[in-house]
Structure formats: structure tokens, C-alpha cells
Design a protein around this ligand. Structure first.
Ligand code: FES
Length: 163
């Protein structure tokens, strides 16, 4: 925890205190921390534990159970491929494999350049447009394997234009 900067410690305390009046504040606290920093490493979990009195084991359990939370930094573009039943039967695994092949990372990994994270998701409630993929919250309906290279190229081009 020693290497957490004072400003980060202050901010995390502030987030914890924000929900002090709530009966079950943990999800809200972790959600705000995830949004603020993009991930929730162990030293931050320890800090939340000290501030709220919730055990580190419980916090760790929540962080690792929900795919929305992450223990490690995520890429700039987070690609979520739904592998729920409806998406799976419509070829979601092949779509995931194609993203994996083109970007060069497996599900759960982030590319070395920090640009992409690839996640396999449980049902995201969009079964009518299976297979469904999200990129930073934007939904790509009925995604085909053939469409994957163009989508990855678009994000890379967008990135190149920003530099
Ligand atoms: S199974 Fe993919 S959105 Fe429901």
C-alpha cells in the first residue's frame, strides 16, 4: 500500500465515505473505484477494507466474481464477447477466437500496447441480437467472424488519428 500516492488514498477514502450511510455500500464503492481508476488492485482492496470494515476476502470475492471489475489495468478499448447460450449457438466462440487471433491475446488479457482488452461475458441481456459484442459499452449486434477484422482496424485507425 506504501506505493499508493497520497492523492489516490485520499480519493479512495472519499469514495468510501460517499456511501457511509448505505446499508450495503460495497458494490457502489467498488463501482466508483473501477470507473475512476479502471481496475481495483489488492492494495486498493486493503484500503477499502480498512476504511469500511469489510474483510479483504469479501472484497476480493466481489471483485473477482463480477466481470465488470478488474484486478489489473484494462486496455483503452474493452471488447466484451457474450458467450451466453443464445450467442454461443450463433457462433460467439468463433467471433471471440477471431478477435483473439487478430489482436494476439486470449480472453481476459490486455494487449501489450494497452489498446485492447478481450473479455468473455455471460449473457448481457441482448439475446435477440446474438451474437452480441460490446466495445466500451457500444453494442455490435449479430456480429460475424468476417466483420471482426474491419472493426479492429477501425479502432486502430481511430487511435492512429488521435496521435
Ligand atoms: S446470450 Fe448473449 S446476450 Fe444473451
Amino acid at each position: 500500500m506504501a506505493h499508493l500516492q497520497a492523492a489516490a488514498v485520499k480519493k479512495i477514502h472519499e469514495i468510501c465515505d460517499r456511501y457511509a450511510e448505505e446499508k450495503t455500500p460495497l458494490m457502489m464503492i467498488l463501482s466508483d473505484i473501477q470507473k475512476e481508476y479502471g481496475y481495483i488492485p489488492l492494495e486498493v482492496q486493503e484500503l477499502v477494507s480498512e476504511r469500511t470494515g469489510v474483510s479483504v476476502a469479501e472484497i476480493y470475492g466481489v471483485v473477482t466474481f463480477y466481470s465488470f471489475f478488474s484486478l489489473t489495468p484494462k486496455g483503452k478499448y474493452v471488447i466484451g464477447v457474450c458467450l451466453g447460450t443464445a450467442c454461443y449457438v450463433k457462433g460467439a466462440q468463433q467471433v471471440l477466437d477471431k478477435f483473439s487471433e487478430i489482436i494476439g491475446i486470449k480472453a481476459g488479457e490486455t494487449s501489450k500496447d494497452g489498446l485492447f482488452t478481450l473479455d468473455a461475458l455471460r449473457c448481457i441481456g441482448a439475446c435477440g441480437i446474438a451474437p452480441a459484442v460490446t466495445i466500451n459499452g457500444k453494442v455490435y449486434p449479430k456480429l460475424t467472424v468476417d466483420a471482426v477484422p474491419k472493426i479492429v482496424a477501425e479502432y486502430k485507425a481511430m487511435e492512429a488519428n488521435n496521435q
